[in-house]
Design a protein around this ligand. Structure first.
Ligand code: SF4
Length: 302
């Protein structure tokens, strides 16, 4: 069930994500960019809302409670662009480290063009362990090298996380290799280009074809890009790995964390239980119910 391709060691954030140990914190829908490949749900994009694993959170306390309920050992901070709300990134990351300890691993996604003195300082003082930058060309990173160097100097891990876009391999590899030559990148994560309601029109208008929920030729583009990169570990993250492996593992972990006797967690992460206080596998077990946690709600199926 593992479809990824990689050379060299995986980044810590990927290692944990693949076993479902990361909570996903959508820290704001605000974003000044209009990336044609943007996968963010149009209901959320541009709105200053917070979600943890798709459950709405209104305060930093809500975020911490929801992360605790998920049993996660780390978090991925995403958006929107998290650096639209640098103070919130600091507040949330600091609160998570206080609650779960320094070993609670936090990675964050942004664009290099969002790095300036204020946001770079915020990241350095936030407790974020790993920053993942996405860009398509060297022009987007060339003016930010000193900020990236400052992150590295402060001990943060810096990676590149980009979608595999057929036709842009030369531009993307040129930019990544320029960072790698300067020792400014620790890892590269190339995602299969997912197609959703949010980006399908933009992708089609640029001539991309859709096949099984991804852009046609995206995996091949990822392999070509991987072949052009030098001196840096690369992971190609396939959509099937995310859908079947990583999300399933996260649901299973959450269920293992929240289930209590006489409940029993099934392989798909749903929780099976009886109303009579006996183990569901016992011959005396009464009516079995299955409960599922969907978007923060428990649904019971008799
Ligand atoms: S930076 Fe992220 S959220 Fe903003 S448009 Fe680009 S992909 Fe979408």
């Amino acid at each position: 069930m593992y479809y990824n391709i990689h050379s060299g060691p995986l980044a810590k954030g990927c290692d944990m994500c693949l076993v479902g140990a990361k909570a996903v914190i959508f820290i704001t829908g605000l974003c000044r960019y209009r990336c044609f490949y943007c996968p963010v749900d149009r209901e959320r994009f541009g709105r200053d809302v917070i979600y943890v694993n798709d459950v709405r959170a209104d305060t930093v306390g809500d975020v911490v409670r929801e992360v605790a309920a998920s049993g996660a050992a780390g978090a991925a901070i995403t958006g929107g662009d998290p650096l639209e709300v640098p103070e919130r990134v600091v507040e949330v990351s600091s609160a998570l480290k206080r609650e779960f300890g320094r070993g609670f691993h936090i990675h964050l996604y942004t664009r290099p063009t969002s790095l300036n003195n204020t946001t770079t300082n915020a990241l350095i003082n936030s407790g974020v362990d790993e920053v993942r930058l996405h860009f398509l060309s060297y022009g987007e990173v060339s003016g930010r090298l000193h900020h990236i160097a400052a992150l590295k100097y402060a001990g943060l891990s810096v990676g590149v996380e980009i979608p595999a876009i057929p036709g842009l391999e030369a531009s993307m590899s040129g930019a990544i290799n320029a960072l790698a030559e300067r020792g400014l990148v620790d890892f590269v994560n190339i995602n299969e280009l997912d197609v959703s309601d949010s980006n399908i029109e933009a992708l089609r208008s640029l001539g991309y074809r859709v096949s099984n929920g991804s852009a046609y030729g995206s995996v091949e583009a990822a392999k070509r890009l991987m072949g052009l990169l030098e001196g840096v570990p690369v992971n190609i993250c396939r959509s099937r790995t995310k859908d079947l492996y990583q999300i399933g593992a996260r649901i299973f972990r959450e269920a293992m964390f929240s289930a209590a006797p006489p409940e029993r967690v099934q392989d798909d992460g749903t929780i099976e239980y009886t109303e009579h206080g006996v183990h569901p596998g016992h011959r005396l077990a009464g009516r079995i119910k299955v409960k599922m946690r969907l978007g923060g709600k428990y649904l019971e199926i008799a």
